[in-house]
Design a protein around this ligand. Structure first.
Ligand SMILES: O=C(O)CCC(=O)C(=O)O
Ligand SMILES: [Fe+2]
Length: 285
């Protein structure tokens, strides 16, 4: 008998493993059939190693040896404020896991008003990027109206984008265009992840435009009367929407272990306006 593992033998080893046979039982069956022990062990190791490596992952891949670079404010020495170029921005909350920072005084009232005024005539019922197809679709979980500015579209947008790039140490070119959302009473955005699910078929096409999303900055443009907080259900955190403030969160991999699940809670009274900046790994074209 040949002492080189054949494709048939490899197939048989995988089938035994699938059927729940213990490795010892598989090995002793092979020895019974006349395989040399060392050849049988090597065949099992190689075959099952390859088989396992090809399986879809259901848990988080191991963190890379070099921590991935992510958008992150410069906060060594625990400053109360961060220099964002043309403005000192307050640190209100600094949370590590999930990575969440709440900023105060990021936008002036005039900037908030200008974003709302320029966005309002262009609002449509919000679409979300569809990882099934790579296109966009109406999403029942998101009952706000929205629009996108192009990067640098107006002087106010340009100024805010430069400030965000400085604040989060992240290249301006890696940002998507600013999105403005308007929630009426009752409107909400149910808990979701902002990254694109790598197991879904449309994701490869979406990633061609700048790679994964790795961070989100939600800026509050007005003060809703009641409700409308940004929630992080994995950690029971709710950020109150306050005009000029913002909540930033980052996710180093497209996986729920980042605890970056978040949503816009229903607006109970009044309305809610936010501007969202999504940050990609690479230049967003
Ligand atoms: O409105 C909010 O508080 C959250 C918005 C959001 O999650 C998003 O734009 O992706
Ligand atoms: Fe989101």
């Amino acid at each position: 008998m040949s002492q080189v593992a054949t494709p048939e033998l490899q197939q048989w080893i995988v089938e035994q493993a699938r059927a729940g046979c213990k490795p010892e039982a598989v090995l002793s069956a092979m020895i019974q059939a006349g395989w040399r022990e060392d050849v049988a062990i090597a065949a099992m190791e190689a075959t099952l190693g390859e088989h396992l490596a090809a399986l879809p992952r259901t848990t988080a891949p191991e963190a890379p040896a070099e921590p991935k670079r992510l958008p992150e404010p410069q906060m060594t020495g625990h400053p109360r404020q961060v220099d964002a170029g043309d403005r000192l921005v307050d640190i209100v909350i600094n949370m590590q896991s999930p990575r969440v920072v709440v900023f105060g005084n990021l936008l002036s009232d005039e900037e908030c008003d200008a974003l709302i005024a320029d966005a309002e005539p262009r609002l449509k019922r919000s679409l979300t990027v569809e990882t099934q197809t790579g296109g966009e679709a109406l999403n029942e979980a998101r009952t706000s109206d929205g629009m996108f500015f192009r990067r640098g579209e107006t002087p106010v947008v340009e100024r805010i984008e430069a400030r965000i790039a400085k604040l989060l140490n992240w290249p301006l070119e890696n940002g998507e265009g600013l999105q403005v959302l308007h929630y009426r009473p009752g409107a909400e955005y149910k808990p979701h992840y902002d990254y694109f699910n790598p197991t879904e078929p449309g994701t490869a096409k979406i990633l061609q435009r700048g790679g994964q999303r790795v961070g989100t900055l939600v800026m509050y443009l007005n003060d809703p009367e009641q409700g409308g907080g940004t929630t992080f259900p994995d950690v029971g955190l709710e950020v109150a929407p306050k005009r000029g403030n913002a909540v930033f969160f980052a996710y180093d991999r497209p996986h729920p272990s980042t605890k970056s699940l978040h949503g816009g809670a229903p607006v109970i009274a009044g309305e809610k306006w936010v501007a969202t900046k999504w940050l990609r790994e690479q230049e967003f074209k």
